[in-house]
Ligand binder design. Structure first.
Ligand code: SF4
Length: 379
């Protein structure tokens, strides 16, 4: 996996409403608080500039939440400030997450001309009943319209997010979602399985594998069909949940998974620089308070040991089809990783979950399906 340059993740935590399955740092949009946060972000951006040490940004990712809920002028102003303060590499990837219901052609055109060049649409499903059941306010036609308008204004790099395993979803409905998504010819598709996060309404309401959630056999059928259909459409799997046309992988995420450096801004946003990682305070009001007092809004900051860094590289690498590069791991550990992780690597291979090839530990399709269990062998 190519390791990119410096990234920057910006978290904007506002959404039209809170979805019943969501455990992200997100909340209902509050205009007054959003204005205060934008002012705080402008201050924080200036403060983090020295961390870049003169390196221009190679990837910028506006995530959330639903960042596209904010006015295009505000998003454009933030991006222009970043460009002015840190600079962008010539082929910088600048992504924006968006809810299909929050977009118009004019807004998309303004965002594209501001410099955003990758749009990630939270389609989730193309079944109106399922969208309603998961608390999404947009319709399948909103997604189709947003994708078409995005393309018209020059967003060639379009991602669609889908979720499988929704309450009451059959394998046929999941297959129809994949077909509907492919009709929009995205360059990238992220396919997530619904997770029942504790503390969410869905986490309290449902049990994994119990009706109305699909059972294990139905989930396996959905996954099998999705893998085949996406591959047939030229979208190659490059991470457990991510598929792209060759060359259209999300470089921001690839950099993160490869242990690269990325700065962060916004409530709850995580960052990493050369083995030091941190997260900012997740509550927007506390984050803004810290900005106004001139304090660093750290929720935590920790220096990782070499072993911790190595383990992270292994865990993240085992979720990608590129796998884990052994040479950087050896450089980090100061010894051959086979000496430190021999038993775990042998187990992986004995279970058919990974191969050692071309200086990499590469997960097999079975290993990708068992990525968490594979990583646990190293813990
Ligand atoms: S739109 Fe996304 S981030 Fe916002 S509440 Fe729903 S799932 Fe969470």
């Amino acid at each position: 996996m190519a390791r990119s340059g410096l990234g920057l993740y910006l978290h904007l935590p506002y959404c039209p409403a809170r979805c019943p399955y969501c455990d992200f740092n997100a909340k209902r949009y509050d205009h007054g608080e959003a204005r205060r946060l934008l002012a705080g972000l402008a201050v924080h951006l200036e403060r983090i500039v020295p961390l870049a040490q003169g390196r221009p940004l190679d990837t910028v990712y506006f995530g959330g939440g639903t960042p596209a809920m904010l006015p295009a002028t505000e998003l454009a102003a933030l991006l222009a400030r970043m460009r002015g303060l840190m600079g962008f590499t010539p082929r910088a990837e600048i992504s924006l997450e968006a809810n299909p219901g929050a977009l118009s052609r004019g807004k998309l055109a303004a965002l594209r001309s501001a410099g955003f060049n990758r749009l990630s649409l939270g389609a989730q499903s193309f079944d109106p009943g399922l969208l309603k059941a998961i608390g999404r306010g947009h319709t399948p036609d909103d997604t189709r319209r947003a994708a078409a308008q995005a393309r018209q204004v020059g967003f060639g790099d379009l991602n669609l997010d889908l979720i499988h395993g929704l309450p009451g979803q059959s394998p046929a409905q999941a297959a129809a979602d994949i077909a509907a998504a492919l009709e929009l010819e995205p360059k990238h598709l992220s396919l997530y399985e619904l997770t029942l996060a504790p503390g969410t309404p869905f986490g309290r309401q449902y049990r994994p594998g119990q009706p109305p959630l699909p059972g294990d056999d139905e989930m396996a059928a959905m996954e099998q069909h999705a893998l085949a259909a996406l591959e047939a459409a030229g979208l190659e799997r490059y991470e457990v949940s991510n598929f792209a046309r060759p060359g259209m992988e999300c470089r921001h995420n690839q950099n993160t998974w490869a242990g690269g450096d990325y700065l962060s801004l916004g409530p709850g946003a995580h960052g990493h620089l050369s083995g030091v990682r941190w997260a900012w305070l997740s509550d927007p009001a506390e984050y803004c308070d810290a900005m106004e007092r001139g304090e660093e809004p750290h929720a935590f900051r920790e220096e990782l040991s070499r072993e911790q860094r190595a383990l992270e590289l292994i865990m993240l690498g085992l979720r990608t089809t590129h796998g884990v590069e052994l040479a950087p791991l050896a450089a980090l550990l100061g010894t051959d990783p086979r000496r430190m992780y021999g038993p775990a690597m042998a187990q992986l291979q004995a279970r058919g979950w990974a191969l050692v090839r071309q200086g990499r530990l590469i997960p097999t399709p079975a290993g990708l399906a068992m990525a968490d269990a594979a990583a646990a062998l190293f813990a």
